[in-house]
Design a protein around this ligand. Structure first.
Ligand SMILES: NC(=O)c1ccc[n+]([C@@H]2O[C@H](COP(=O)([O-])OP(=O)(O)OC[C@H]3O[C@@H](n4cnc5c(N)ncnc54)[C@H](OP(=O)(O)O)[C@@H]3O)[C@@H](O)[C@H]2O)c1
Length: 407
C-alpha cells in the first residue's frame, strides 16, 4: 500500500478547481512514478478553510490564489515550516522572487513555478535543467495568449483591435478586465522570471519596459503583410554590451522567425545560445486545465528529487538603450520630396531604410518604411522631427521589427 502525500491547496478558482480535479484523476498514475499517492489535504478560499490547519496537514502547498498578499505570506510560512511549494503566481514571483527563492534555499525546500510562465509549455524546466549548461544569449517569447489571439484575429479577419478584443472576451480568451494582458504587464512579469533564470541575475518586474497592443491598427498589420511581416507581442530578454535588456512590445517578425507562425491563444518561447543555436517550445499558454497540468507536473517533480532555484551569480545591469529595427507608418500629403525629407531626417540619426511602401494620392497618402537596426533613442529623435514636418497628417506610428530569421 503506497503512502499518501498530502497537498494543501490555496485557491479554488479557474486553475485551483482544475488542479483539484486533475489531482483526483491522475493520482493512481502518479503512484508508480513517486511511490506515493497524492491527495488533497484541504482547500483554502476566502470563504472556507484555515491556513494554519491546512499547513499542519500538508506535505506540500499549492498556491493558486494570485495577487501579492496574502499569497506571499502564506508561501513564506509554508517554506519556513519545511513544506515544498508550487505556485503559478507570476506577479508574486516577478516582484518577490529573490526573497522567496532565498527562503526556499535556506529551508531546503522546493519552490516550483512552471505554471507561472507560458502555461503548460515547459519553459522554466528547460531553462533551469535542460539548458543549465548553455550560456543563453537571448530569449524571445510570445507569453500572453490573449494578445496573440487578438493580433491573430486582426491579421486573419482584418478586425479592429476593439472587435478582436470583444471576440476574445466572448470566447473566454480574455478577462472582463483585460488591462494586464493588453498593456503588456502580464507578459512583462513572465519575462522578468525568464530573464532571472536565463541570466542568473536579479530582475524585478519594475525593471521591465513594456508596451501593449491597444494602439495597433488593422492598417499596420495589412501594410506590413505586404512586406512579409507578421505582428506579435513579444517579450525579449537578452545580453547587451552593458548588461541585459528585458522588454515587451509589439514587434514585426519576418516569416522565417520561429515565432512568426504562432497563432491564436498559443504561447511560444525561443531560446538562443551559441552552443545550441535556437530551441523553440510552444503550446497552449493559459487556461485552467492547461495550467493545472503544469502545476501537477511540478507537484510530481517535488515528490521525487530535491531542486531549488540557485542564488543569483551575476549582478548584471538591466539597461534600456538598445538597438532595434523599426517599422514606421506615416500619413502624409503626397507631394514631391516627401520621402527624401523623411529619409534625410532618418539619415541624420544614422538610420538606413530597408524597404518602402507608398500608397494613395493627395492628402491621404501613406508612407511605410522598414529601417535597419539603430539605437532606439536616435530613432525616436528622428521620429520627433519627422512629426513636425508640414506634410505629416497624424503622429507617425512606430513598431519594432525583429529582423532575424532562422532558416
Ligand atoms: N487562469 C489562468 O489561465 C492562469 C494561467 C496561468 C497562471 N495563472 C495564475 O494562477 C493563479 C490563480 O489564477 P485563477 O485564474 O485560478 O484565479 P481565480 O479564478 O480568481 O481564483 C482565485 C482563487 O483564490 C482564492 N483567493 C483569492 N484571494 C484569497 C485570499 N485572500 N484568501 C483566500 N483565498 C483567496 C479565491 O477565493 P474565492 O473563491 O473565495 O474568491 C479563488 O478561489 C494566479 O496567480 C494566476 O496568475 C492563471
Amino acid at each position: 500500500m503506497p503512502g499518501t502525500f498530502k497537498v494543501g491547496l490555496l485557491g479554488h478558482g479557474t486553475v485551483g478547481a482544475a488542479f483539484a480535479r486533475l489531482l483526483r484523476e491522475r493520482a493512481d498514475a502518479i503512484v508508480p512514478i513517486t511511490g506515493m499517492r497524492p491527495e488533497l489535504a484541504g482547500v483554502l478560499t476566502r470563504s472556507q478553510g484555515s491556513f494554519d490547519e491546512l499547513l499542519e496537514h500538508s506535505d506540500l502547498v499549492v498556491e493558486l490564489m494570485g495577487g501579492i498578499e496574502p499569497a506571499r505570506d502564506y508561501v513564506l510560512r509554508a517554506m519556513r515550516a519545511g513544506k515544498h511549494v508550487v505556485s503559478a503566481n507570476k506577479q508574486l514571483l516577478s516582484q518577490h522572487g529573490e526573497e522567496l527563492w532565498a527562503c526556499a534555499r535556506e529551508h531546503g525546500v522546493q519552490l516550483r513555478f512552471e505554471g507561472a510562465v507560458a502555461g503548460v509549455v515547459p519553459v522554466i524546466r528547460v531553462l533551469q535543467e535542460s539548458l543549465a549548461a548553455a550560456r543563453v544569449e537571448r530569449v524571445h517569447g510570445i507569453v500572453n495568449g490573449t494578445t496573440n489571439y487578438i493580433l491573430s484575429e486582426m491579421a486573419r479577419g482584418g478586425l479592429s483591435y476593439e472587435a478582436a478584443l470583444a471576440q476574445a472576451q466572448q470566447l473566454g480568451y480574455a478577462e472582463a478586465d483585460p488591462t494586464d494582458d493588453v498593456t503588456g504587464r502580464d507578459a512583462a512579469a513572465k519575462m522578468a522570471i525568464v530573464a532571472r533564470l536565463a541570466f542568473s541575475t536579479p530582475v524585478h518586474l519594475d525593471q521591465v519596459v513594456y508596451e501593449g497592443i491597444e494602439h495597433i491598427t488593422a492598417d499596420d498589420i495589412a501594410y506590413a503583410r505586404e512586406l512579409g511581416l507578421s505582428l506579435k507581442l513579444v517579450g525579449t530578454a537578452e545580453r547587451v554590451d552593458a548588461g541585459i535588456s528585458v522588454r515587451v512590445h509589439p514587434v514585426f517578425l519576418y516569416g522565417g522567425h520561429p515565432l512568426a507562425s504562432v497563432e491564436g491563444p498559443f504561447n511560444a518561447v525561443t531560446v538562443e545560445s551559441d552552443a545550441i543555436t535556437e530551441v523553440t517550445l510552444s503550446g497552449p499558454g493559459a487556461g485552467g486545465p492547461q495550467t493545472a497540468s503544469a502545476v501537477l507536473g511540478d507537484v510530481v517533480s517535488a515528490m521525487i528529487p530535491p531542486a531549488s532555484t540557485p542564488a543569483t551569480t551575476e549582478a548584471l545591469p538591466v539597461v534600456n538603450e538598445i538597438e532595434s529595427a523599426f517599422y514606421l507608418y506615416m500619413e502624409v500629403a503626397d507631394r514631391p520630396g516627401v520621402l527624401a525629407q523623411v529619409a534625410e531626417l532618418l539619415g541624420m540619426q544614422g538610420a538606413s531604410i530597408r524597404s518602402v511602401v507608398q500608397k494613395g494620392l493627395g492628402e491621404n497618402a501613406r508612407l511605410v518604411l522598414i529601417l535597419h537596426p539603430l539605437p532606439e533613442s536616435r530613432f525616436y529623435a528622428a521620429v520627433r522631427l519627422i512629426g513636425q514636418l508640414d506634410f505629416i497628417r497624424s503622429a507617425p506610428r512606430a513598431i519594432r521589427v525583429i529582423d532575424e530569421e532562422f532558416t
